[in-house]
Design a protein around this ligand. Sequence first.
Ligand SMILES: NC(=O)c1ccc[n+]([C@@H]2O[C@H](COP(=O)([O-])OP(=O)(O)OC[C@H]3O[C@@H](n4cnc5c(N)ncnc54)[C@H](OP(=O)(O)O)[C@@H]3O)[C@@H](O)[C@H]2O)c1
Length: 357
Amino acid sequence: MNLIAENAAEATTRETDHNGNHMRAVVQSRYGDSSVLSVGLVERPTIEPNEVLLEVHSAALDRGTEHLMTGQPWLIRLAGFGLTKPKNPVLGLDVAGTVVAVGSEVTRFEVGDHVFGFAKGSFAEFAAADERKLAHKPSSLGFEGAAAASVSGITALQAVTDVGRLESGQRVLVIGASGGVGSYAVQIASALGGIVDGVAGTRNLDLVRSLGAEDVFDHSTTDLAEIDQRYDLILDIGGRNPIRKLRRLLTEKGTLVIVGGENGNRVTGGISRQLRAVALSPFVSQRLTMFISREHHELIERLAVLLESGDVVPAIGGRFPLEQAPEAMRQLESGQASGKTVINVKGAARHKEGLNS
Ligand SMILES: NC(=O)c1ccc[n+]([C@@H]2O[C@H](COP(=O)([O-])OP(=O)(O)OC[C@H]3O[C@@H](n4cnc5c(N)ncnc54)[C@H](OP(=O)(O)O)[C@@H]3O)[C@@H](O)[C@H]2O)c1
């Protein structure tokens, strides 16, 4: 993909002379912190036979997108995202938008459908997406809420259900309850009959209570070892606590699901903690697990049922227009974001080239 103009001012000027094949997007030509991001003009993506082209209404931030911005942990570069610089210069994954073109093998969508899910390069006016990674947007859900749902929502859904195997009436502790994944995990576990406690930072304790948690612990003032309660299920999403400390909070047959946690080492991101938990699990009475979230429409559709029922509501903590996406990423990297942060793209676009809203 060629970068036509690398900053917002130039992109705005050049916009008047482009021929309809270009779009505004959040771009980066190298790995780094949010200062590597700019709003530029790039070619619109082309689609493969199994893909649809979306006019993006809204996108959203998540920690995985931050990792793709920084190129850290290094493991992700080896996973094919670009060794020395990002292969795809356009950032973003969570998406909600309107289908404006379909590939020859696409069977589930038509032009005009409103959809949400995963699209690499969603911080842009247009994005290409594999049809297997999209679902129809529930009409009761706005584009902002839909954009904020997929990456974090289906991670939480899998953590609570497929991996955590929560049963109604069980006690659950969500560590990292105020973030993207945690804000969904608290709500999903509560909706499925769990009695949920949460761990979050001082400024987010009320948010976590409002999501349905009973007891809320402040990670800046409370050591997990001080908590008296024992849990049937712990979802470990933030803080990178040692496994032995987490096990002490579990019931004898309890389950630990390690979802993630920042500040691991620069090469592997600290995945060794997860691997040690899995290796230890067969030798202890508790079940110690980890997982890598799947990106599939079946999961998005399961989440959509919860979103439509109103049992789960995206906790949108911030909204930014496309031009301010670099500032949104800066807030995420500094730990100031709460819940999900949304990027509103439609409306930022000055040219619609005949596309309907
Ligand atoms: N396994 C997978 O497939 C998968 C999928 C998605 C995400 N992840 C990983 O899951 C992690 C969370 O992602 P996210 O998008 O939810 O991130 P996020 O929005 O930044 O949320 C991070 C959460 O961790 C909390 N936290 C920060 N420091 C803590 C501490 N010392 N002790 C306890 N909690 C602490 C934060 O609380 P405050 O902000 O209130 O301080 C916040 O609730 C990331 O590492 C991400 O890479 C894994």
